[in-house]
Design a binder for this molecule. Structure first.
Ligand code: AMP
Ligand code: ZN
Length: 118
């Protein structure tokens, strides 16, 4: 299923440009347009799900595909040994802006602690 107004569905379809990093039959990974670390890649399911919980509930294997693709991205980017962070944001307090489930893969330099603002 795709959502016509969804930015990441449009990116998966190629209707909005992106910089590809990795893809397979179920997922697509591309560079974040506003990187928060030297490496910042988003991994999305080709199929539209609102968030990671909805995806996991409906298709747990697809959630595993996202995580395994994140590991592959880290390997390709040469950060699997130096370390990296995988993040799913959900809801307003997490600063969520795009409502198509996506995994952030961040690394390539030391990352700050995360949690409360300030
Ligand atoms: P989130 O805040 O978890 O919803 O993350 C959404 C992410 O999508 C942010 O890190 C944005 O920088 C990123 N983003 C928004 N538009 C684009 C785009 N057209 N191409 C690549 N990344 C994007
Ligand atoms: Zn979508």
């Amino acid at each position: 299923m795709t959502e016509p107004e969804c930015l990441f569905c449009k990116i998966v379809a190629g209707d909005v440009p992106s910089t590809p990093v990795y893809e397979n039959g179920t997922v697509y990974a591309f560079r974040d347009i506003n990187p928060q670390a030297r490496v910042h890649v988003l991994v999305v399911s080709r199929q539209h799900y609102e968030d990671a919980g909805a995806l996991a509930g409906d298709d747990p294997a697809l959630l595993a595909d996202l995580v395994l693709a994140g590991v592959e991205v880290a390997r390709q980017e040469g950060i699997e040994r130096s370390g990296y962070r995988m993040v799913f944001n959900t809801g307003e307090d997490a600063g969520r802006t795009v409502f198509h489930a996506h995994l952030h893969v961040l690394g390539g330099e030391g990352l700050g602690l995360f949690g409360r603002v300030g």
